[in-house]
Design a protein around this ligand. Sequence first.
Ligand SMILES: [Zn+2]
Length: 87
Amino acid sequence: MSRYNDAARGAPEPEVDTGGCYANGCPLPGAISESTKGGGPWLCRFHFGHEPIRWPEITETVREAMREREPDHARARISEPADSGAF
Ligand SMILES: [Zn+2]
């Protein structure tokens, strides 16, 4: 019983401000808010000022740009053994 309580207490609260962009899946930190009083939602500079319906599209662009900035990842994918030739 106490174990369950501990787990519940240790669970991350969904309303905690993680500092990330409000757009779903955006890897950037949320730096800009429409509210001048310190409230959310907070958006990155790419999502700010755009309609929420366009956010997924912008998120894709941001993620792609970040992928290009990480050559290590691309290299790892290329050097991956595509065919082990077991058969
Ligand atoms: Zn964003």
